[in-house]
Design a protein around this ligand. Structure first.
Ligand SMILES: [Zn+2]
Ligand SMILES: [Zn+2]
Length: 240
């Protein structure tokens, strides 16, 4: 652990010890939870029928329409929450206030066991984007999950090219836009490993899919994905 990591860990320990209110509503919390019981009860949990491949909510049990058209490269993806209401707000806030990344991680933690991953991987940002935001929300969430579970976090992939806003693009356009942007920087670290990609939300799944394909080409045995939310309704491309 270098000095920067040590300081960061100390700050987190301090924050844990002084965490007395719910991140979402400000009510008093006990036992160090970041989200209170009342808020937990009203969050849009993705706990009904889900697609066994991408983890999106489906009307009837079975593989979703998107996966029937074209499967993601990830072996399995899951998300504890639907991308709506307060859950969508957490995703939005995690890009603005770093501590919401820890809120997200707390809500994702119970699903982590399902994967039995050897290591966690985050979605990298370009250096330029990092400078603009100051942090990478995907990495912050993955770091907190690693810290709470003991599963190591790999700095395995770098992003070398800016992809711009993907919000208005459909799945095929997104896939094309992402081609060749990720490069595995730690091939030894990923070889024969069961990896779990951590991100905030799954819309078309193009990002985790592209990441999974470079990791698999580098020799990863299995690549799954865990995101806080997933977009499931008639607008699977995140368009309104
Ligand atoms: Zn609350
Ligand atoms: Zn699916």
């Amino acid at each position: 652990m270098n000095l920067f990591q040590l300081l960061k860990e100390k700050l987190r320990q301090y924050d844990d010890a002084h965490n007395f209110t719910c991140d979402l509503c400000g009510r008093e919390v006990f036992e160090n939870e970041r989200v209170c019981k009342q808020c937990r009860n009203t969050l849009p949990w993705n706990d009904k029928n889900i697609c066994p491949l991408c983890g999106r909510k489906v009307g009837e049990a079975g593989i979703c329409l998107e996966c029937k058209k074209k499967r993601l490269v990830t072996d399995r993806a899951r998300s504890p929450l639907l991308h709506e209401g307060e859950a969508a707000r957490i995703v939005h806030m995690a890009k603005r206030k770093k501590y919401f990344c820890r809120t997200a991680a707390e809500l994702m933690l119970p699903l982590l066991d399902e994967f039995g991953a050897d290591a966690l991987v985050y979605v990298p940002m370009t250096e330029k984007a990092m400078k603009r935001r100051g942090y990478n929300q995907s990495k912050e969430i993955a770091e907190e999950l690693s810290r709470r579970s003991g599963i190591p976090l790999l700095d395995a992939v770098v992003k070398t090219r800016e992809t711009g806003a993907q919000k208005e693009l459909g799945r095929a356009e997104r896939e094309k836009n992402l081609e060749g942007t990720f490069h595995v920087s730690d091939r030894k670290g990923v070889k024969n490993k069961k990896l779990l990609v951590i991100d905030d939300t799954l819309t078309t799944g193009s990002t985790v899919s592209e990441l999974a394909s470079v990791l698999k080409r580098a020799g990863a045995k299995e690549v799954d994905a865990l995101t806080l939310t997933s977009v499931y309704d008639k607008h699977p491309f995140g368009k309104k």
